[in-house]
Design a protein around this ligand. Structure first.
Ligand SMILES: C=C(O[C@H]1C=CC=C(C(=O)O)[C@@H]1O)C(=O)O
Length: 416
Protein backbone atom coordinates (compact mmCIF):
# COMPACT_ATOMS: atom_id res chain seq x y z
CA UNK A 1 0.00 0.00 0.00
CA UNK A 2 1.47 3.42 -0.88
CA UNK A 3 2.29 5.31 2.31
CA UNK A 4 -0.08 8.20 1.48
CA UNK A 5 -3.11 5.91 1.50
CA UNK A 6 -3.17 6.16 5.28
CA UNK A 7 -4.19 9.80 4.87
CA UNK A 8 -7.30 9.11 2.81
CA UNK A 9 -8.36 5.70 4.12
CA UNK A 10 -12.00 5.85 5.27
CA UNK A 11 -12.50 5.67 9.01
CA UNK A 12 -15.50 3.91 10.40
CA UNK A 13 -18.05 5.27 10.79
CA UNK A 14 -17.79 7.90 8.05
CA UNK A 15 -20.17 10.49 9.46
CA UNK A 16 -19.38 13.05 6.78
CA UNK A 17 -20.27 10.47 4.14
CA UNK A 18 -23.44 9.56 6.03
CA UNK A 19 -24.65 13.17 6.34
CA UNK A 20 -27.94 13.93 4.57
CA UNK A 21 -29.71 17.34 4.53
CA UNK A 22 -32.10 17.50 7.46
CA UNK A 23 -29.45 16.28 9.92
CA UNK A 24 -27.01 18.32 12.03
CA UNK A 25 -23.31 17.84 11.29
CA UNK A 26 -20.37 19.33 13.17
CA UNK A 27 -16.71 18.53 13.01
CA UNK A 28 -13.83 19.91 15.06
CA UNK A 29 -10.18 18.94 15.36
CA UNK A 30 -11.29 16.70 18.25
CA UNK A 31 -14.51 15.03 17.09
CA UNK A 32 -17.33 14.73 14.58
CA UNK A 33 -21.05 14.61 15.38
CA UNK A 34 -23.95 13.56 13.22
CA UNK A 35 -27.31 14.22 14.89
CA UNK A 36 -30.59 13.05 13.43
CA UNK A 37 -34.25 13.41 14.27
CA UNK A 38 -35.90 15.70 16.77
CA UNK A 39 -36.50 14.67 20.38
CA UNK A 40 -37.41 18.24 21.26
CA UNK A 41 -37.03 21.69 19.68
CA UNK A 42 -35.98 24.58 21.89
CA UNK A 43 -37.82 27.86 21.63
CA UNK A 44 -36.69 30.81 23.69
CA UNK A 45 -37.21 34.55 23.50
CA UNK A 46 -33.92 35.80 25.01
CA UNK A 47 -30.39 34.62 25.77
CA UNK A 48 -31.23 34.08 29.48
CA UNK A 49 -34.37 32.23 28.51
CA UNK A 50 -32.34 30.15 26.07
CA UNK A 51 -29.99 28.90 28.81
CA UNK A 52 -32.95 27.95 31.01
CA UNK A 53 -34.84 26.26 28.15
CA UNK A 54 -31.79 24.23 27.13
CA UNK A 55 -31.07 23.11 30.71
CA UNK A 56 -34.67 22.00 31.24
CA UNK A 57 -34.89 20.31 27.80
CA UNK A 58 -31.77 18.25 28.60
CA UNK A 59 -33.10 17.29 32.05
CA UNK A 60 -36.49 16.33 30.61
CA UNK A 61 -34.83 14.28 27.87
CA UNK A 62 -32.82 12.32 30.45
CA UNK A 63 -35.91 11.76 32.59
CA UNK A 64 -37.74 10.52 29.49
CA UNK A 65 -35.00 7.90 29.07
CA UNK A 66 -33.03 9.59 26.28
CA UNK A 67 -29.69 7.76 26.27
CA UNK A 68 -27.54 10.72 25.22
CA UNK A 69 -29.21 14.12 25.73
CA UNK A 70 -27.44 16.85 23.85
CA UNK A 71 -28.35 20.22 22.37
CA UNK A 72 -27.17 21.01 18.85
CA UNK A 73 -27.70 23.87 16.42
CA UNK A 74 -27.15 27.57 15.99
CA UNK A 75 -27.87 30.83 17.81
CA UNK A 76 -28.33 33.99 15.69
CA UNK A 77 -26.29 37.19 15.80
CA UNK A 78 -29.17 39.17 17.30
CA UNK A 79 -30.68 38.09 20.60
CA UNK A 80 -34.19 39.06 19.44
CA UNK A 81 -34.16 36.48 16.65
CA UNK A 82 -35.08 32.81 17.18
CA UNK A 83 -32.33 30.27 17.83
CA UNK A 84 -32.22 27.02 15.89
CA UNK A 85 -31.47 24.59 18.69
CA UNK A 86 -32.83 21.14 19.37
CA UNK A 87 -32.29 17.95 21.31
CA UNK A 88 -31.81 15.37 18.53
CA UNK A 89 -33.28 11.88 18.69
CA UNK A 90 -29.90 10.24 17.98
CA UNK A 91 -26.30 11.39 17.91
CA UNK A 92 -23.39 9.48 16.42
CA UNK A 93 -19.88 10.60 17.35
CA UNK A 94 -16.47 9.77 16.07
CA UNK A 95 -13.02 11.30 15.78
CA UNK A 96 -12.18 14.07 13.31
CA UNK A 97 -14.06 13.90 9.98
CA UNK A 98 -13.08 11.45 7.29
CA UNK A 99 -10.40 13.03 5.11
CA UNK A 100 -8.85 15.08 7.89
CA UNK A 101 -5.11 14.69 8.01
CA UNK A 102 -3.75 14.55 11.51
CA UNK A 103 -0.91 16.93 12.34
CA UNK A 104 -0.16 20.15 10.48
CA UNK A 105 -1.14 20.17 6.82
CA UNK A 106 1.61 20.93 4.34
CA UNK A 107 1.90 24.61 3.54
CA UNK A 108 4.37 27.05 2.13
CA UNK A 109 7.51 27.75 4.10
CA UNK A 110 7.23 30.97 6.04
CA UNK A 111 6.01 32.37 9.32
CA UNK A 112 5.54 29.97 12.18
CA UNK A 113 1.95 28.86 12.54
CA UNK A 114 0.75 27.86 15.92
CA UNK A 115 -2.87 27.57 14.80
CA UNK A 116 -4.32 25.26 12.15
CA UNK A 117 -2.88 25.39 8.66
CA UNK A 118 -4.27 24.70 5.22
CA UNK A 119 -2.78 24.62 1.79
CA UNK A 120 -4.28 27.31 -0.46
CA UNK A 121 -6.19 26.85 -3.70
CA UNK A 122 -7.35 23.32 -4.40
CA UNK A 123 -10.01 23.61 -7.10
CA UNK A 124 -13.14 21.47 -7.15
CA UNK A 125 -14.78 20.61 -10.43
CA UNK A 126 -17.99 19.06 -11.71
CA UNK A 127 -20.59 21.54 -10.49
CA UNK A 128 -23.48 22.75 -12.59
CA UNK A 129 -23.00 26.28 -13.91
CA UNK A 130 -24.26 29.32 -12.07
CA UNK A 131 -26.77 31.78 -13.40
CA UNK A 132 -26.30 34.81 -11.20
CA UNK A 133 -24.46 36.71 -8.46
CA UNK A 134 -26.15 39.41 -6.39
CA UNK A 135 -24.04 41.30 -3.85
CA UNK A 136 -26.01 42.85 -0.96
CA UNK A 137 -25.27 45.72 -0.71
CA UNK A 138 -23.62 46.59 -4.04
CA UNK A 139 -19.84 46.96 -3.55
CA UNK A 140 -20.02 50.80 -3.81
CA UNK A 141 -22.65 50.89 -1.08
CA UNK A 142 -20.49 48.68 1.15
CA UNK A 143 -17.66 51.21 0.66
CA UNK A 144 -20.04 54.01 1.68
CA UNK A 145 -21.06 51.99 4.75
CA UNK A 146 -17.40 51.68 5.79
CA UNK A 147 -16.99 55.46 5.31
CA UNK A 148 -19.98 56.01 7.62
CA UNK A 149 -18.43 53.70 10.18
CA UNK A 150 -15.12 55.56 9.96
CA UNK A 151 -16.95 58.84 10.67
CA UNK A 152 -18.40 57.29 13.84
CA UNK A 153 -14.99 55.98 14.84
CA UNK A 154 -13.50 59.45 14.40
CA UNK A 155 -16.37 60.95 16.44
CA UNK A 156 -15.49 58.55 19.26
CA UNK A 157 -18.86 56.72 19.18
CA UNK A 158 -17.09 53.46 18.34
CA UNK A 159 -13.64 51.94 18.68
CA UNK A 160 -14.34 49.01 16.37
CA UNK A 161 -17.18 47.74 14.20
CA UNK A 162 -17.54 44.66 11.99
CA UNK A 163 -19.44 45.37 8.77
CA UNK A 164 -20.64 42.46 6.71
CA UNK A 165 -22.08 41.93 3.28
CA UNK A 166 -24.03 39.12 1.67
CA UNK A 167 -23.69 37.50 -1.74
CA UNK A 168 -26.65 35.77 -3.38
CA UNK A 169 -25.61 33.04 -5.78
CA UNK A 170 -28.02 31.20 -8.07
CA UNK A 171 -26.96 27.92 -9.66
CA UNK A 172 -28.37 26.24 -12.74
CA UNK A 173 -29.56 23.26 -10.64
CA UNK A 174 -30.33 22.50 -6.97
CA UNK A 175 -27.28 22.84 -4.73
CA UNK A 176 -25.73 19.47 -3.84
CA UNK A 177 -25.60 20.15 -0.09
CA UNK A 178 -23.73 16.93 0.76
CA UNK A 179 -21.07 17.66 -1.77
CA UNK A 180 -20.58 21.28 -0.70
CA UNK A 181 -20.21 20.16 2.93
CA UNK A 182 -17.66 17.51 1.93
CA UNK A 183 -15.70 20.11 -0.04
CA UNK A 184 -15.74 22.54 2.88
CA UNK A 185 -14.42 19.92 5.30
CA UNK A 186 -11.78 18.52 2.94
CA UNK A 187 -10.52 21.90 1.84
CA UNK A 188 -10.18 23.30 5.36
CA UNK A 189 -9.47 20.22 7.47
CA UNK A 190 -8.47 22.28 10.53
CA UNK A 191 -11.67 24.33 10.48
CA UNK A 192 -14.99 23.56 12.17
CA UNK A 193 -17.30 22.28 9.43
CA UNK A 194 -21.03 22.46 10.07
CA UNK A 195 -24.46 21.88 8.58
CA UNK A 196 -27.65 23.01 10.33
CA UNK A 197 -31.14 22.22 9.10
CA UNK A 198 -33.17 25.43 8.87
CA UNK A 199 -36.92 25.90 9.14
CA UNK A 200 -38.99 26.58 6.06
CA UNK A 201 -42.32 28.32 6.59
CA UNK A 202 -44.84 25.56 7.25
CA UNK A 203 -42.17 22.85 7.01
CA UNK A 204 -41.32 20.16 9.56
CA UNK A 205 -37.87 20.13 11.24
CA UNK A 206 -35.47 17.71 9.63
CA UNK A 207 -36.94 17.89 6.14
CA UNK A 208 -33.74 19.34 4.76
CA UNK A 209 -34.94 21.95 2.31
CA UNK A 210 -32.95 24.85 3.81
CA UNK A 211 -29.51 24.37 5.28
CA UNK A 212 -26.81 26.53 6.86
CA UNK A 213 -23.40 25.29 5.72
CA UNK A 214 -19.98 26.54 6.68
CA UNK A 215 -16.37 25.99 7.73
CA UNK A 216 -15.50 28.36 10.57
CA UNK A 217 -11.90 28.85 11.64
CA UNK A 218 -12.97 30.55 14.92
CA UNK A 219 -13.60 28.71 18.20
CA UNK A 220 -15.86 30.80 20.43
CA UNK A 221 -15.55 28.45 23.39
CA UNK A 222 -15.07 24.77 24.17
CA UNK A 223 -15.54 23.23 27.63
CA UNK A 224 -14.25 19.86 28.74
CA UNK A 225 -14.90 19.44 32.46
CA UNK A 226 -13.45 22.51 34.13
CA UNK A 227 -11.08 23.26 31.25
CA UNK A 228 -12.15 25.90 28.74
CA UNK A 229 -10.57 27.08 25.51
CA UNK A 230 -11.37 30.02 23.28
CA UNK A 231 -9.56 30.98 20.10
CA UNK A 232 -10.59 34.44 18.91
CA UNK A 233 -9.49 35.62 15.48
CA UNK A 234 -9.33 39.19 14.17
CA UNK A 235 -7.01 40.72 11.63
CA UNK A 236 -6.89 39.14 8.18
CA UNK A 237 -4.99 38.88 4.93
CA UNK A 238 -5.88 36.80 1.88
CA UNK A 239 -3.71 33.82 0.90
CA UNK A 240 -1.75 33.85 -2.36
CA UNK A 241 -0.97 30.91 -4.67
CA UNK A 242 2.71 31.90 -4.85
CA UNK A 243 4.27 30.51 -1.64
CA UNK A 244 6.74 33.38 -1.33
CA UNK A 245 4.07 36.07 -1.66
CA UNK A 246 1.80 34.01 0.60
CA UNK A 247 4.39 33.83 3.40
CA UNK A 248 5.14 37.51 3.05
CA UNK A 249 1.43 38.30 3.51
CA UNK A 250 1.33 36.27 6.70
CA UNK A 251 4.47 37.95 8.02
CA UNK A 252 3.12 41.42 7.17
CA UNK A 253 -0.13 40.64 9.01
CA UNK A 254 1.80 39.77 12.17
CA UNK A 255 3.31 43.27 12.26
CA UNK A 256 0.38 45.30 10.90
CA UNK A 257 -0.45 48.00 13.44
CA UNK A 258 -4.09 48.26 12.28
CA UNK A 259 -4.64 44.48 12.50
CA UNK A 260 -2.87 44.16 15.85
CA UNK A 261 -5.15 46.88 17.29
CA UNK A 262 -8.21 45.20 15.77
CA UNK A 263 -7.12 41.91 17.35
CA UNK A 264 -6.21 43.35 20.76
CA UNK A 265 -9.72 44.80 21.20
CA UNK A 266 -11.21 41.33 20.82
CA UNK A 267 -8.77 39.71 23.25
CA UNK A 268 -9.27 42.41 25.92
CA UNK A 269 -13.04 42.02 25.69
CA UNK A 270 -12.95 38.21 25.95
CA UNK A 271 -10.43 38.11 28.78
CA UNK A 272 -12.48 40.64 30.74
CA UNK A 273 -15.64 38.56 30.24
CA UNK A 274 -13.99 35.26 31.22
CA UNK A 275 -11.92 36.40 34.22
CA UNK A 276 -14.76 36.31 36.76
CA UNK A 277 -15.48 32.69 35.74
CA UNK A 278 -11.94 31.32 35.72
CA UNK A 279 -9.45 30.65 38.45
CA UNK A 280 -6.70 30.43 35.93
CA UNK A 281 -6.60 32.06 32.52
CA UNK A 282 -3.60 31.62 30.23
CA UNK A 283 -3.35 34.39 27.65
CA UNK A 284 -0.40 34.42 25.22
CA UNK A 285 1.51 37.71 25.13
CA UNK A 286 0.66 38.30 21.48
CA UNK A 287 -1.17 36.73 18.53
CA UNK A 288 0.14 34.01 16.25
CA UNK A 289 -0.89 33.20 12.68
CA UNK A 290 -3.65 30.82 11.74
CA UNK A 291 -4.50 30.01 8.13
CA UNK A 292 -7.43 28.65 6.20
CA UNK A 293 -7.18 27.74 2.53
CA UNK A 294 -8.26 31.31 1.68
CA UNK A 295 -7.16 33.50 4.59
CA UNK A 296 -4.46 34.33 7.11
CA UNK A 297 -5.69 35.44 10.52
CA UNK A 298 -4.26 36.77 13.75
CA UNK A 299 -5.15 34.20 16.39
CA UNK A 300 -4.89 33.98 20.19
CA UNK A 301 -5.62 30.67 21.90
CA UNK A 302 -6.71 31.27 25.50
CA UNK A 303 -7.21 28.50 28.03
CA UNK A 304 -8.65 28.58 31.52
CA UNK A 305 -9.96 26.56 34.44
CA UNK A 306 -13.54 27.22 35.53
CA UNK A 307 -14.17 28.15 39.15
CA UNK A 308 -17.66 26.71 39.03
CA UNK A 309 -17.99 23.45 37.06
CA UNK A 310 -21.76 24.06 36.77
CA UNK A 311 -21.20 26.81 34.19
CA UNK A 312 -21.97 25.18 30.83
CA UNK A 313 -20.31 25.68 27.46
CA UNK A 314 -23.49 27.30 26.13
CA UNK A 315 -23.61 29.73 29.07
CA UNK A 316 -20.03 30.74 28.36
CA UNK A 317 -20.73 31.05 24.65
CA UNK A 318 -23.76 33.29 25.13
CA UNK A 319 -21.81 35.31 27.71
CA UNK A 320 -19.08 36.03 25.14
CA UNK A 321 -21.38 36.53 22.16
CA UNK A 322 -21.23 38.81 20.24
CA UNK A 323 -17.49 39.35 20.58
CA UNK A 324 -15.85 42.31 18.85
CA UNK A 325 -14.71 39.81 16.19
CA UNK A 326 -18.25 39.97 14.75
CA UNK A 327 -19.81 43.07 16.35
CA UNK A 328 -17.55 45.80 17.77
CA UNK A 329 -16.85 47.99 20.77
CA UNK A 330 -18.67 49.37 22.61
CA UNK A 331 -20.99 46.46 21.79
CA UNK A 332 -24.30 48.30 22.10
CA UNK A 333 -23.24 51.19 19.86
CA UNK A 334 -21.69 48.78 17.36
CA UNK A 335 -24.86 46.69 17.24
CA UNK A 336 -26.96 49.80 16.58
CA UNK A 337 -24.59 50.98 13.84
CA UNK A 338 -24.66 47.53 12.21
CA UNK A 339 -28.46 47.64 12.14
CA UNK A 340 -28.37 51.08 10.58
CA UNK A 341 -25.65 50.46 8.01
CA UNK A 342 -26.10 46.82 6.88
CA UNK A 343 -29.10 46.49 4.51
CA UNK A 344 -29.83 42.83 5.33
CA UNK A 345 -30.59 40.63 8.31
CA UNK A 346 -27.56 38.62 9.45
CA UNK A 347 -29.80 35.78 10.61
CA UNK A 348 -27.57 33.00 11.94
CA UNK A 349 -24.42 34.46 10.37
CA UNK A 350 -22.04 35.86 13.03
CA UNK A 351 -23.86 33.92 15.75
CA UNK A 352 -22.72 30.63 17.27
CA UNK A 353 -23.05 27.04 16.13
CA UNK A 354 -22.16 23.81 17.90
CA UNK A 355 -23.23 21.35 20.56
CA UNK A 356 -23.52 21.01 24.32
CA UNK A 357 -24.12 17.87 26.37
CA UNK A 358 -25.89 17.29 29.66
CA UNK A 359 -22.63 17.52 31.65
CA UNK A 360 -22.13 21.09 30.35
CA UNK A 361 -19.30 20.18 27.98
CA UNK A 362 -19.53 21.42 24.41
CA UNK A 363 -17.97 23.23 21.49
CA UNK A 364 -19.39 26.47 20.04
CA UNK A 365 -17.81 28.20 17.08
CA UNK A 366 -18.48 31.56 15.47
CA UNK A 367 -20.87 31.14 12.53
CA UNK A 368 -18.70 32.57 9.77
CA UNK A 369 -17.50 31.41 6.32
CA UNK A 370 -21.01 30.16 5.72
CA UNK A 371 -24.05 30.25 3.46
CA UNK A 372 -27.75 29.61 3.76
CA UNK A 373 -28.68 27.17 1.02
CA UNK A 374 -32.16 26.63 -0.40
CA UNK A 375 -32.80 24.75 -3.63
CA UNK A 376 -30.74 26.50 -6.35
CA UNK A 377 -29.68 29.48 -4.26
CA UNK A 378 -27.04 30.29 -1.68
CA UNK A 379 -26.72 33.42 0.45
CA UNK A 380 -23.10 33.83 1.52
CA UNK A 381 -21.94 36.18 4.28
CA UNK A 382 -18.61 37.84 5.05
CA UNK A 383 -17.59 40.69 7.34
CA UNK A 384 -14.51 42.71 8.16
CA UNK A 385 -13.44 44.54 11.32
CA UNK A 386 -13.12 48.32 10.92
CA UNK A 387 -10.92 50.39 13.23
CA UNK A 388 -9.33 53.84 12.90
CA UNK A 389 -7.02 53.65 9.91
CA UNK A 390 -9.08 51.07 7.99
CA UNK A 391 -9.22 51.64 4.23
CA UNK A 392 -12.70 50.98 2.70
CA UNK A 393 -11.33 49.32 -0.46
CA UNK A 394 -9.18 46.96 1.63
CA UNK A 395 -12.17 45.97 3.77
CA UNK A 396 -14.22 45.28 0.64
CA UNK A 397 -11.36 43.14 -0.73
CA UNK A 398 -11.17 41.29 2.61
CA UNK A 399 -14.86 40.36 2.46
CA UNK A 400 -14.39 39.23 -1.16
CA UNK A 401 -11.53 36.99 -0.04
CA UNK A 402 -13.62 35.58 2.81
CA UNK A 403 -16.39 34.62 0.36
CA UNK A 404 -13.89 32.30 -1.33
CA UNK A 405 -14.28 29.59 1.33
CA UNK A 406 -17.88 28.99 0.26
CA UNK A 407 -17.49 29.89 -3.42
CA UNK A 408 -14.72 27.36 -3.93
CA UNK A 409 -16.70 24.67 -2.11
CA UNK A 410 -19.50 25.29 -4.61
CA UNK A 411 -17.02 25.12 -7.48
CA UNK A 412 -16.96 28.87 -8.15
CA UNK A 413 -13.83 30.86 -7.58
CA UNK A 414 -14.33 34.23 -9.22
CA UNK A 415 -13.88 37.30 -7.06
CA UNK A 416 -17.16 39.01 -6.15
C1 LIG B 1 -16.52 38.39 10.51
C2 LIG B 1 -15.76 37.51 9.86
O1 LIG B 1 -14.48 37.21 10.26
C3 LIG B 1 -14.02 37.51 11.57
C4 LIG B 1 -13.05 36.46 11.92
C5 LIG B 1 -11.73 36.55 11.58
C6 LIG B 1 -11.20 37.77 11.15
C7 LIG B 1 -11.97 38.89 11.09
C8 LIG B 1 -11.42 40.18 10.62
O2 LIG B 1 -10.20 40.26 10.37
O3 LIG B 1 -12.19 41.14 10.45
C9 LIG B 1 -13.37 38.90 11.57
O4 LIG B 1 -13.34 39.41 12.86
C10 LIG B 1 -16.22 36.81 8.67
O5 LIG B 1 -15.49 35.93 8.17
O6 LIG B 1 -17.35 37.07 8.21
Amino acid sequence: MPPNDTLTMPRTPDLLGDYEPGAFFFTSPARTLLARGVHRTISASSAGDLRRCVASALRDAREAGHPDPMVVGAVPFRDDRPARLLVPATVRRTGPANGRVSGPAPGPAGPERTGGTSTPFTPFTGFTGFTGFGPVPAPDDYLRGVEKALTRLTAGELTKIVLARALDVTLGAPVDVRRVLRNLVRRDPQAYGYAVDLPVPGGRPGTGTRTLLGASPELLVARSGRRITTNPLAGSASRHPDPVVDSERGRALLTSDKDLREHALVIENIVEALRPYCRDLTVPAGPSLLSTASMWHLSTRITGVLDDPAVTSLELATLLHPTPAVCGTPARAARRAIEEIEPFDRGLYAGLVGWGDITGDGEWVVTIRCAEVADQTLRLFAGAGIVAGSVPESELAETTAKFQTMLRAVGLDRDR
